[in-house]
Design a binder for this molecule. Structure first.
Ligand SMILES: [Zn+2]
Length: 137
């Protein structure tokens, strides 16, 4: 809290209820693309450390980066709330979610054991390096 205001008020973040299981909620490529922008922001800043514990400050920095790079038109899905992002970081630590690399598109993306769309790159739909079901690492 800063002078009585909560972080989301200071940062003008979206305030929606937290999704405790972000992976499970993914049922479209649009949503996968949106969460992939967040996941690749995390990976860009912290590399494989995303699978260990990140500090609150580090997560906030990644949220900042994500909020700056995303454009609403790009994925068509709403911006992910900071609360949900904290649960996303928890999934990474528990290895319920990964951030594989797609060599064709040269991007990283989000992949959860629990998502309801195929585990693959949201752009080209190929299974990337380090994804579930890909033995290539
Ligand atoms: Zn791809």
């Amino acid at each position: 809290m800063l002078d009585g205001r909560l972080a989301h008020q200071v940062g003008n973040w979206p305030t929606r209820p937290a999704n405790l299981e972000p992976g499970k909620a993914i049922s479209s490529t649009k949503q996968l693309l949106e969460i992939s922008m967040m996941a690749s922001s995390l990976y860009y800043l912290y590399s494989d450390r995303v699978y260990e514990e990140l500090t609150m400050e580090e997560i906030l920095e990644a949220i900042d980066l994500y909020a700056n790079i995303r454009t609403p038109a790009e994925s068509g899905a709403p911006q992910i709330s900071p609360d949900t992002i904290f649960y996303l970081c928890r999934e990474l630590i528990e290895h319920k979610a990964l951030i594989p690399y797609c060599p064709s598109c040269e991007v990283r993306y989000y992949s959860s054991v629990e998502q309801r769309v195929r585990n693959a790159c949201p752009f080209c739909r190929k299974v990337g390096v380090g994804d579930f079901g890909n033995s290539e690492h």
